[in-house]
Design a protein around this ligand. Structure first.
Ligand code: GUN
Length: 129
């Protein structure tokens, strides 16, 4: 009956998926801050999310920090760094990425899944409008 209800249900469903299915869900998300050429290949929703956070207009130093952080995150956790881009600024995203790199895999699985639900909530709200 509402985006909140839909996302509460979605959150429950995601929690009871087995680990492989949770990982597959996380891996279905594109990396944040991709080059313009790769960004163009993403869905309209993804492009909108990335540009809303200012990730498409980063300076070279921030782009390099994001790329290094994304690579380190993927190497440590085996899934991309996921944060709800529309609820964050590029500065906040970089700070979160570097902070969350220190977490355990278990903490990051939980964080990433909860961010997926935030991303979904905003998409559902858009669909209902
Ligand atoms: N990857 C990490 N965060 C996001 C996001 O907010 N949207 C999309 N499409 N991909 C992401």
């Amino acid at each position: 009956s509402s985006a909140e209800d839909a996302c509460a249900k979605l959150y429950e469903l995601v929690q009871v998926l087995d680990y492989d299915a949770q990982l597959a869900l996380l891996r279905a998300h594109p990396e944040l801050g991709q080059s313009a050429a790769r960004l163009a290949a993403l869905t309209a929703e993804s492009q909108h999310e990335q540009s809303a956070a200012g990730l498409t207009v980063l300076d070279a130093a921030s782009r390099a920090r994001l790329a290094a952080g994304n690579a380190a995150y993927m190497a440590k956790f085996g899934h991309p760094f996921i944060i709800c881009a529309r609820l964050n600024t590029s500065t906040g995203i970089l700070a979160q990425l570097e902070a969350r790199l220190h977490n355990t895999a278990q903490m990051e699985l939980a964080n990433a899944l909860s961010q997926v639900i935030d991303i979904a909530r905003l998409r559902v709200i858009d669909l209902l409008n």
